[in-house]
Design a protein around this ligand. Sequence first.
Ligand code: 7TS
Length: 414
Amino acid sequence: MTTHPSQTTDAAKWRADFPVLAREARPGVPLVYLDSTATSQKPVQVMEAMDRFYRWSNANVHRGIYGLAEEATALYEGGREKVRQFINARTVREIIFTRNTTEAINLVAYSWGRANLKAGDLVVYTEMEHHSNMVPWQMLAAERGVEVKAVPVTDTGELDRAVLTQLLAREPKLLCITHMSNVVGTINPIAEIAAEAHAAGALVLVDGAQSVPHLPVDVQTLGADFLAFSGHKMCGPTAIGVLWGRQAILDGMPPFLGGGDMIRKVKLYEYKYNDLPYKFEAGTPAIAEAVGLGAAVDYLTGIGMEVIAAHERQLIAYALERLEEVPGIRVYGPAAARRGGVAAFSFGDVHPHDVAQLLDRAGIAVRAGHHCAMPLHEHYDLPATTRASFYLYNVPEEVDRLVEALYQVKKLFS
Ligand code: 7TS
């Protein structure tokens, strides 16, 4: 018999911080939100911080000499300092605000990639990457003949390390790798892989879109050279993300976008660019969003990333156990011990969109599709999967509701 995981965490208490989780999906049907991989819900602490900023402290940053502008600048830079502490970067110069993970990766591809890669150079990524960590490299390949090669995944959704080692022997310039898959949930051992890549002379870009919100991440032990992540997946607002990079590498990179804020001096026909991090932040940034991201970091830190990770480990172990008891369900990816709180599955012949639609009738929000990882779905010969994903505010009772609803789907289709 399946045992219900004991409530060793305060998830029920944390839930109360997320107003949307108290609503009904439709009249009489409570909402079960299982799509945090796409975007997380926001706690009141984040909304209040942004509301307070707009009500009380709004001004543009880095330019006004009046008090209000100084206050706005201090709040914006305060958000950067909180992010620095959160990932343990050595200096705020290494924290570049972008729009999201996608823009952070594109920044590296445009600035570092175009300054350092030429025809014939090799860039390695993996079959489990989100499109945002494939397409920018494919664009470079098309533009200047850079070669791109993918490390395949095994049937358990883990990297084929033998092939990775073979590709590293070809001395690629860059390895692009996700820390945690947004489909199969695999957590890649970055420190170990980065050491191997560095020994082969490659830099390492880590997509932290799914790891930074869910696991403790310390860039000084991670082993990466670049780390990209999004605010909206970690209880923060949309439209703000982060690129962390080693200062020595960022210092050597040319600017990405040109305009205000990124310059030190402009003459009619020439310019000098600004120091880090402003060199990469052209134009008015997402100010309230940086404040909101800072509040999100405070919120997550207040609970503790170890505590959140442990809660999700318990939840995914329970979810895998319960999902696998439903006849016809196949969950993709590794065992619970080696994955985060994501479960993408197929359900016999029932199309994932039908599954998601029927789950929606039961108030359960899951995503169906290729989750911006078409090559990974191709590996499993699937056009799409249904995906349930968890965060700190999810509770075992929601797994039970998902499983009950899946039994209803089964009944309907048999
Ligand atoms: N990398 C990974 C691993 C992701 O999961 C996502 C978004 C991104 C990059 C891109 O993040 P963005 O903030 O720039 O859009 N993943 C998903 C998802 O799984 N469903 O919707 C978005």
